[in-house]
Design a protein around this ligand. Sequence first.
Ligand code: AHR
Length: 695
Amino acid sequence: MGLGLIIPHTDAQKPKLTLDFTKPGATVSPMLYGLMTEEINHSYDGGLYAELIRNRIFKDHPNTPEGWSLVRQDSSSNAAIKLMAPTESNVLFDERRHAITGALTTCLRLTVEKANGRVGIANEGYWGIPVKPNTAYRASFYIKGSGSVQPPRRPGSQQSVAPQRPVIEDNTAGPIRVTIESNDGKTVYASGTIDLAKSIYWKKYELTLTTAADVKPTTDARFVISTDRTGLYYFNLVSLFPPTYKSRPNGNRPDLMQMMADMKPKFLRFPGGNFLEGPLLTDAFPWKQTLGPLEQRPGHKGSWGYRPSDGMGLLEFLLWCEDIGAEPVLGVYAGYSLNGDHIDAGPLLKPYVDDALDEIEYVIGDVNTYWGAKRAADGHPEPFKLRYIEIGNEDWFDRSNSYDGRFNQFRAAIEAKYSQLICISTIADAQYPDLKVTTGKKPAVLDEHYYRNSWAMWENASQYDSYDRNGPKIFVGEWATREGAPTTNLIAALGDAAWMTGMERNSDIVIMSCYAPLFVNVNTATTTAPKAWQWDSDLIGYNTLNSYGAPSYHVQKMFSHYLGDKIVPMTAENIPTQPRPLTRRDSADGKTTPPLVPTVFYSATKDEKTGAIYLKVVNTLGKKQPVEINLMGIGKVSPEATLVVIKGDKPEATNTITDPEKIVPVASKIKGIASVFTRSLDPYSVSIFQLQIGK
Ligand code: AHR
């Protein structure tokens, strides 16, 4: 840690920030900083959810076994793989009975007519299988074997019920090899064997594959199940789990969980976002079918162009909250979906309201309730903590004006059963005055969403300064400065930081906020798999092996770590401005003079118990800016302080999967703090001063 330089203050025109300790500050919302999540950018499948097998129940595509391929050690082997969907017609008699449960109705058939060496099926994982040294992977799968049988005739029928097939000798019983290996098959990183029983019925097999200590980490690997015998082999629910966070079965990636825990989030908003709503009314997040054993989870359509496995189900979301010490903020489906369809308030909406009540009962119901008992049976008898329910998502897209009725029907039913719960409206008065909820009492909390560039963030960073203190509280349920892809860059982080100073200064009304999207799998398209992300400018990037935080991630962490419980009122003088480039909207509005936006942003909070002051200052210019800091009415202040700075040399500077720590905060000790002092802010920087009073 170096000692920072304090410049003596002389220049009267220099920017000046005054922290006014003579006035009592409002209380900082204890829920101010949280997280928002949904299945986008392979956030769960191929992301947080630790499952490594892509398309484990073969339902990702109706016609082809995406993610799977045939492995033949010798090209003279005669073998093929085929997707066996329930609608498949050209099948053998036995094969018409290949469902394991109502969810596992599609399987993969490996036909081996001639085997010269090993023949098998390979899964490519989510852009590779992550190989790490000294690691135990838990593999499991359903398999059954048979030979080709001549189909029996129906009694009295001359016609067979399925086409004739060549007889393939049934040699399926015996050892089946399971490996994690390089994509060219030349290097085996971990292997094991199961003994396939002679039976035409499904059986689940489990085994552990362990890598050696000297294995080099790689993503250039696949998962293979192979045989060297002829026959027909059928597979379903093929799964491979590496170690998970807190060793939870069906759990999450430790690195990503740790990154979130490090942010100290107060809440997690789930399951969306668009993912809550689904493209059509029939595609809303089907929470009931995300419960229980994986054998009962068919997955569903999702909202972002790929099919979620729903391994990350309602209970997993709740456990995730528990594991990182965050409170769930539950979004319930409110009868509006992305294609614009909605269900009007009234009897037709009632099943949806009932479904939300069931969902809430699953989360907080006593074990004597139907859904509370179900949660207990799923391993969690204790109700979860829950105070906030969000009714829908972004219902301003519903231009039919039906939200008022829908919101009120949900709110009335929820409050009648759970008077302690607070219902959040997804339509903010300020943003959509024509669509807002007008019937009945005002919603207690409104969710506002902002996706902007850095200029717009700077221009609007003070918007909450003038919000009505007697109006509803604000939940900024999605926001981000969208610059940089797949993760944000430095200038986006400076947009974020400026915006956060505005939320923090006003956290008497902005009670909660969460950045979105949280996660992105950064893989680009390969010959077999598409690009992994759908949304640019995300917070935490990863591939199957490694992860990193965007500059915005580090800013989020800084803001939530260095936060007091009282807002310190502040004033600013002589803040330099810069002209914001004119936008297309400006031209449409006839604006010809560029508006001026500040170049320094600030907020301060105080910890009442410890006397620590956290002053946050953002410099958006590419040059140093001296700022005078005036601690008005502070009494005694320690001459030493901690200064944490995140900065970079150019706006587009960023972190990547291969260069993950280019832009990170650095803490140092500084001296010379007094009731008035001057500090030169680094170019393109966010600085947090942790000052100490009373000592
Ligand atoms: O965060 C990405 C998407 O942006 C969310 O799914 C949606 O709510 C918003 O429009």
